[in-house]
Ligand binder design. Sequence first.
Ligand code: SF4
Length: 234
Amino acid sequence: MENKLINNYSNYDYENYSNFKGVQVINGVLNFPISWLNIQGYCEYSLYLQYAKGIQVPSTLAMKKGTEVHQNLEDKFKETAKPASFKDTLKTSKEIETKSREMFIIEPEYGIRGYIDEVQMTPDEFIIIDDKPGTKAYPSHINQVRAYCLAFQSMVNKQSNGEDNRRIIGALRQRGTDNIFYTEVFDEDVKNNIIYLIKRMHGLIEGSKPFIPTKNPNKCRSCRFKDKCENNLS
Ligand code: SF4
């Protein structure tokens, strides 16, 4: 398998959305980081506290450790990876299996952007991998990888004029290992499901829907915003 460093940069003009830190407006559509779907699945009220109210709290030890492991993997990958464009990699991967890490994706139409931990391109399929600290496939993790698949599919369609129809598989992997503990084919049902959730996210951000706090006290107990949150159940 060849390692490719795909440098995708956003060429889209954007403005920052003043009501919500981290949100951009591209072609009149709100655009948010896909990693927020993981937070939304845990408790969407914490998104409100962090990005609408601007409350800042320190990172947890687990977050710091995760960032460190992530960076080590990235540095090791770069030792052997060759720079390549997305378009060329799509072409060559029809013959030679290719692996990329930290691939930037952006989809103005759906209003999402982010970095995919790892993309494996084979002559038959694309495997979109998100690394997670444990081995349990939480709905929030699944939503995150689904959104990566959605943006990736859209970018492939644009680059290939809709002619590259290789199957897309979303996968979750235990961070720092080869243990893939969840896979799912990105089909039409999955696609419709994630588009629905992304629309809900846009509704939350623009204020047409309320941020709903979790009803699970265990989540509040582990939440880094618990001391600042009026909905804390712990
Ligand atoms: S304390 Fe509970 S309700 Fe408040 S943001 Fe954290 S998880 Fe959500």
